[in-house]
Each structure stands twice: as C-alpha cells, then as structure tokens.
Design a protein around this ligand. Structure first.
Ligand code: SF4
Length: 154
C-alpha cells in the first residue's frame, strides 16, 4: 500500500496523540484489535469498547496501531480528524512547482498563503482557522512534505 510522506504521517500521529480516543499504552485508536490473534471473547469486548457515538452518529474506532496506520495513504480517521492522502503524482508535481516558485526572501502574498492553505487542507484533510497566522507552519510543512514526497515517489 502506498505510504504517505513522513511529514504527513507525523502530522496525523500528532492529531491522534491529542485525541481523547487515543490509548497511550497500546498507541491505538480505541482498544487495540489484533485480528485473529485475539480470542472471540476478547475481540467482541474490544469491538464493544470501540463502538462510539460521535455527533449523534454511531461509529466504530478502528482499534489500529496508529504509528503504523498513519503511514498508509488510503486510511483515514474514523471521525474525520484527518483524511486520506489525496495527492497523485500530477498533483505532487504541481505542488513541487508551487513550492519552487515561492520567493526565498521577503513576505508571501495573500494569494500564495491562500494557495498554500488549500494544498495543506487537500493533503491533511484539516483546515487552519487563520491561514495567515499559521503561514510559516503551513509553508514549512509543504516544503518538508514535497521534499520527502519527491524522494518517496521517485
Ligand atoms: S484515528 Fe481519529 S479517532 Fe482514532 S485516535 Fe486518531 S484522531 Fe482519534
């Protein structure tokens, strides 16, 4: 399965670690589920623990080991705190062109900040409340990601 760039995996894991459903002891989303390594009774108990109601919707926490799951492109958070990794190779090239076209000195224009925030949301499924305040963080994230994505996709 396609793996996301390390900067994206790290961003996802940071979100998980701040989430009330994250279990520190097992590093899992809800109660850890180990598939066929569990007895039917333990599996049923874990599944019951992981059944939650989120904004009035009945959902199921995945029970996955998050340091592993956050690296996989097609996975997403069951309560949409982070999304699937959506960049294909063409989009990755477009992002690389955007990053390489940025000025190395001086300030970013409002249009550049807007475009960077859109890329960030596309890649992580998250929005920053104020993209201007967070511009430095967003640009650094994109630069780190594209460097690693180029390496990974090469
Ligand atoms: S995947 Fe989502 S629900 Fe599960 S620990 Fe991470 S942020 Fe929380």
């Amino acid at each position: 399965m396609f793996k996301v760039p390390p900067a994206i995996a790290a961003e996802r894991l940071t979100i998980c670690r701040a989430c009330k459903h994250f279990k520190e002891a097992t590093q899992s989303c809800g109660t850890l589920i180990l598939g066929n390594k569990m007895s039917p009774e333990d599996l049923a108990e874990a599944e019951a623990n992981n059944a939650i109601t989120h904004y009035r919707k009945k959902l199921r926490l995945c029970g996955c080991h998050m340091p592993y799951k956050t690296k996989l492109s097609l996975w997403r958070c069951p309560i949409n705190k982070w999304g699937r990794y959506k960049l294909n190779e063409e989009e990755t090239e477009a992002l690389a062109a955007f990053i390489s076209g940025l000025p190395t000195q001086g300030v970013y224009t409002a249009q550049m900040v807007k475009e960077a925030a859109a890329w960030f949301t596309k890649m992580t499924g998250q929005r920053y409340g104020c993209s201007t305040c967070k511009a430095g963080v967003i640009f650094q994230f994109l630069k780190d990601s594209i460097g690693e994505a180029n390496f990974d996709l090469g």
